[in-house]
Unconditional design. Structure first.
Ligand SMILES: [Mg+2]
Length: 191
């Protein structure tokens, strides 16, 4: 059986955006990290919720889905963010680096065209804070064409909540078992 993918964003999902007064949720702890290409004496502060690690490990262990990072952190999600949450090295979508000034060139999420071809015909639940109505239309059309697609959209100032993963889990459990497809998650880039 070819497992569906669970695509997971980082900024606005695991790392909430600060409120207008600069505060972040009290559930989140600060970590200073050094992304690829940045000098060690110039770290970036990120805020993460250890509970997210526990919740995501339940997803990893479920065997119902293949979790994949889908974030502008790219490989750093695998090597930096995941380990801070106690997650094993998960694969990542090697997103392009378009020269854009908005996350919605064309009116929809900049990641989507790459993700659409990356997914092929595999069902997917995609958790991201930045979808537009055009992305929801895309998901509905993909589902109509037989590739079940669920978009889950946390509030970027609050981030991922348990109910988002419960919604994803319920969706996974409703999917019909797919047979006759390769067992390997081919096309996965990264680790
Ligand atoms: Mg985001």
């Amino acid at each position: 059986m070819r497992l569906p993918y669970l695509l997971l964003d980082v900024d606005g999902v695991l790392i909430p955006f600060p409120d207008a007064d600069g505060t972040t949720p009290s559930t989140h702890a600060r970590h200073d990290v050094v992304p690829t290409g940045r000098s060690a004496d110039n770290p970036v502060a990120v805020w993460l919720d250890a509970d997210h690690g526990r919740l995501l490990m339940d997803v990893v262990r479920s065997g119902l889905v293949t979790p994949v990072w889908c974030t502008s952190w790219r490989q750093d999600a695998t090597t930096i963010i995941g380990p801070l949450l106690g997650l094993p090295p998960l694969p990542y979508v090697d997103l392009p680096r378009p020269q854009i000034t908005t996350s919605h060139p064309g009116g929809y999420l900049w990641k989507r065209d790459h993700v659409d071809s990356w997914l092929g015909d595999v069902p997917a639940v995609w958790i991201d804070d930045d979808f537009t109505s055009l992305d929801h239309t895309w998901a509905a059309e993909r589902t109509t064409r037989g590739m079940a697609t669920l978009l889950v959209q946390p509030d970027p100032h609050i981030g991922l909540q348990a109910e988002h993963l419960a919604e994803a889990r319920a969706w996974m459990e409703r999917l019909p078992v797919r047979t006759g497809a390769p067992a390997a998650a081919s096309g996965t880039e990264g680790a």
